[in-house]
Design a protein around this ligand. Structure first.
Ligand SMILES: [Zn+2]
Length: 638
């Protein structure tokens, strides 16, 4: 179905928000290092989640709900990457001007108009990922455009914001977050919803990514760029999808969301045809614990032993629809289960579309249906937990069922690594922003803007041409380099080492990609390690042939040095003496061949020697030595 979908006919509209970490020397509102720490935390502190009130006095329902549930947050920190600002014990310091200037460069490269005054705002955040209960954000420029192929894509705004803390675990009602990431400067670029196909969404994201990288001031690697998508189709609804980390995944995420919305629209039509009515979906929960008194279903038996209750709700006309697939491996029943887990904090739900199964018998299903007065075309959903949690869970299921009658619900979803998505929270309402009173506005003078405009980095197209010219790269290699996140690193390497540019370019694109495809965690390879590898190559300490092996070893052995890699792999370059001795030996053993073939013996000899020294000697040096020795043998004979 996907390839035949007529995106114009279904009215697909996609807007893109790209969030990219900047590579500044300090965080956005303090002097801490904008880095992650991997060791045990030096400091931990516990906070209760509290609903923050917006200026209008509205309390976010999701935040209030979590507050009621007694959710606590355990924050982890270390002194290098966090201070009193991240802990919300001290007001924020002035805005980091290095980050502002990078954002201005990006804005100008996208033809956007800088604001006269930067106002830092607070955006309510409900999940504990910010110690303050809000995220600080500020608009830097408005109304830009970028060219993507033939199309001009409007850029609504370029903003700067602080990255959030990262979740590291969840135990019961306690959620753990590390605040190392909190406060790392993020640039946000938002397009208008003018993207009309999944493929185009990928192209626009790539074009934005290239401009961001052109500044040379952005972090690279997994997790440093995150893209959010706003997707809608005619007759559907706006779905916000958060946190797509891989560029290649974007077209797939859009495609799946289109499928999901089309399937949900179809379900609502079928429900209408079957005569389903909103008023028939009643908040009427049946205690059906008795039905499962003798059950051999382990989950239910354990729950009953714990004193939990089993509560059920009837969904009239829903039989068969809960098992309907919306996108790969995600069914309507999955969406109900997601809601139940979020609002009821239950482990999951059972529903009649998937039964009998899990040790639940056909007789039990029959008894269950009777207990709730279900008709043959009704579905029944049930949950085993405390009465309170089970009720909350079923309320959420019922709400999702009501939405299914209408079609597609407006919601915020999170991207899964396979391109599918899962429920995250309801779409936040308006009035979530209010001014950050701790930071005075910053005026942007025309002079300041002029200065930045004067030293804007090259645009990606100009750079492509220069790479080809300056380093004699062919177009394909130069283009691959531009599309990768390594173009900056490439130029650094070529400037500081004697490594051949083509070798460096091929390594940073093709070799790393191939290694990644084979499952090597190349993202663990640091920029410094890659530079070290090429310095060694340029100095003749390792060979070109050894590069993939060395890179793979270092990726898999975090924290080790190049020297250790070379030793462990036995790839230390042979001394010239050793190499000459080996070649003499091979020549000595092949006297007959040389006598017969003369200079033509070069090929076979080269093959024999290279087989012995692969990765430990440079092929050019080997060739040169063999040629010289062959010539010597020739002169001896004449
Ligand atoms: Zn700090």
């Amino acid at each position: 179905m996907t390839s035949q979908t007529d995106y114009e006919e279904i009215g697909l509209k996609v807007g893109l928000e790209v969030h990219q970490q900047l590579d500044t020397s300090a965080k956005l509102f303090c002097q801490c290092k904008p880095e992650l720490f991997k060791e045990e935390p030096e400091i931990t502190f516990l906070r209760r989640l509290r609903p923050t009130q917006s200026e209008l006095g509205q309390i976010d329902p999701a935040a209030y709900f979590e507050f009621q549930k007694g959710v606590k947050i355990l924050y982890e920190a270390d002194r290098q990457t966090a201070c009193l600002v991240e802990m919300d014990e001290e007001p924020p310091h002035p805005l980091n001007m290095e980050a502002v200037e990078t954002a201005l460069s990006v804005a100008l490269m996208m033809n956007a108009t800088p604001v006269d005054e930067i106002h830092v705002m607070r955006k309510t955040v409900i999940d504990g990922s910010n110690t303050t209960g809000f995220q600080r954000t500020c608009i830097i420029a408005l109304n830009g455009t970028i060219k993507v192929g033939e199309k001009t894509v409007p850029i609504q705004h370029v903003s700067l914001e602080e990255d959030a803390a990262r979740k590291t675990g969840e135990e019961g009602t306690t959620i753990r977050y590390r605040i190392d990431r909190l406060g790392i400067p993020l640039i946000e670029v938002a397009t208008a919803p003018v993207i009309n196909t999944p493929k185009e969404a990928g192209e626009v994201a790539l074009a934005i990514g290239k401009i961001l990288r052109a500044t040379g001031k952005v972090k690279r690697g997994l997790g440093t760029i995150r893209q959010d998508l706003n997707i809608s189709i005619k007759g559907g609804a706006l779905t916000e999808i958060k946190g797509v980390q891989e560029l290649e995944l974007i077209p797939l995420v859009v495609e799946y969301e289109v499928q999901r919305q089309l399937n949900l629209i179809k379900i609502s039509q079928e429900l209408a045809e079957a005569g389903a009515k909103l008023e028939n979906l009643k908040e009427e929960f049946f205690d059906v614990t008795e039905v499962f008194q003798q059950t051999s279903c382990k989950v239910l038996r354990k729950a009953i032993e714990k004193g939990h209750r089993i509560l059920a709700v009837k969904l009239p006309n829903f039989a068969g629809l809960l098992k309907r697939e919306l996108m790969p491996s995600i069914r309507l029943g999955t969406e109900m289960a997601d809601r139940a887990r979020f609002w009821g904090r239950v482990g999951g739900i059972f529903h009649t579309d998937e039964l009998p199964a899990y040790g639940i018998t056909a007789q039990e299903v029959e008894a269950l249906k009777q207990a709730v007065n279900a008709m043959p075309n009704d579905a029944v959903v049930f949950v085993a937990d405390t009465t309170e949690n089970a009720k909350d869970a079923l309320k959420a299921v019922l709400e999702r069922a009501l939405e299914a009658l209408k079609g597609v619900p407006e919601e915020t979803r999170a991207a899964n690594p396979d391109g599918t998505t899962r429920y995250m929270r309801p779409r936040p309402g308006a009035a979530r922003m209010y001014p950050e009173t701790d930071i005075p506005p910053i005026q942007l003078t025309e002079e300041h803007i002029k200065k930045i405009r004067h030293c804007l980095p090259e645009l990606p197209e100009q750079r492509l041409q220069r790479l080809m010219r300056e380093y004699s790269l062919n177009q394909k290699l130069a283009q691959q380099l531009m599309d990768s996140e390594y173009v900056e690193l490439f130029e650094t390497i070529v400037k500081e080492s004697r490594a051949p540019p083509t070798t460096a370019a091929a390594f940073l694109t093709e070799t790393l990609k191939a290694l990644k495809r084979d499952g090597t965690p190349v993202e663990k390879l640091s920029e410094n390690q890659i530079r070290e590898i090429f310095r060694a190559l340029g100095e003749g300490e390792i060979t070109k042939e050894a590069l993939p092996e060395v890179a793979a070893w270092l990726s898999k052995n975090e924290g080790k040095t190049l020297k250790e890699a070379v030793e462990s792999l036995g790839l230390k370059v042979m001394s010239r003496e050793d190499l000459e001795r080996l070649i003499d030996h091979v020549i000595g053993q092949n006297k007959d061949l040389i006598k017969k073939s003369g200079a033509k013996a070069f090929g076979p000899l080269m093959g024999m020697v290279m087989k012995e020294v692969r990765g430990k000697a440079n092929a050019e040096v080997v060739g040169e030595l063999i040629r010289r020795k062959l010539a010597e043998v020739e002169t001896e004979r004449t």
